[in-house]
Design a binder for this molecule. Structure first.
Ligand code: FE2
Length: 229
């Protein structure tokens, strides 16, 4: 009997991790939260799973204060596990990150304040990393130049499709942020900020907090808090 409800076996496995918020010297986040230990445990369990992971995608707020040592620590923590997995590591900028140490430490490039956009391939699957950070601010934006670059990249077909990886949600949310209608820090509950309805430090990513019902209407994204379920 056929299993009609089963999807075909995955051709690619991409692991999405976000908001690691590491601090220099392995300092505790908010004075009490261990940012490195749980991440190491996660990666250890991932390796133990034996899953054929193509890529680890870290979507921003990698360092809580953009400190160079935090990026050094993150890279040294993640890369050995990624090597065991045989997985690429994709770093994405978030509003807590700083482009100069991000580019020099994580990307192994000359330090720059330029947007850290990049394209990666895992077989026929393309993953495009977009830097939605706005230096000095917490909200997110993509400039016209970035969007033009993205359009030109998408002109090249990817036979297994394309994933876009960015820190700030690119679609509207029903959560108001500082009166602004742009992608904002409300989309980043990692701050544990009461403005975004996050009760505190237990919240890390919008994927853990909100459910978006994309079928509600053509132009409105209806969300609700997972915490209410
Ligand atoms: Fe953020």
């Amino acid at each position: 009997m056929s299993a009609f409800s089963q999807h075909p076996e995955a051709e690619h496995i991409v692991v999405h991790i976000s908001d690691t918020h590491l601090l220099a010297g392995n300092a505790k986040l908010f004075g009490s939260i261990d940012s490195e230990g749980p991440l190491a445990l996660l990666l250890e369990r991932l390796v133990a799973s034996g899953l054929p992971v193509d890529a680890l995608v870290f979507t921003g707020d990698l360092a809580d204060r953009g400190e160079e040592d935090a990026y050094v620590r993150l890279r040294s923590l993640v890369e050995p596990w990624a090597k065991k997995l045989g997985a690429q590591v994709l770093w994405v900028m978030g509003n807590h990150d700083d482009r100069e140490p991000f580019s020099s430490v994580l990307m192994g490039a000359p330090a720059t304040t330029a947007p850290q956009d990049a394209v990666y391939w895992a077989g026929g699957l393309r993953i495009i990393v977009l830097d939605s950070s706005v230096p000095g601010f917490h909200h997110g934006e993509l400039t016209k130049d970035q969007l033009a670059w993205l359009a030109s990249e998408l002109d090249t077909p990817a036979n297994k499709g394309t994933l876009l990886a960015l820190h700030h949600p690119p679609i509207p949310t029903p959560i108001r942020v500082d009166g602004a209608d742009r992608a904002g820090e409300s989309s980043c509950p990692g701050r544990g900020d009461s403005r975004n309805g996050c009760p505190g430090n237990s919240c890390r990513t919008p994927a853990l907090l909100y459910v978006f019902d994309l079928c509600r209407s053509a132009n409105f994204c209806r969300g609700c808090s997972v915490l209410q379920h």
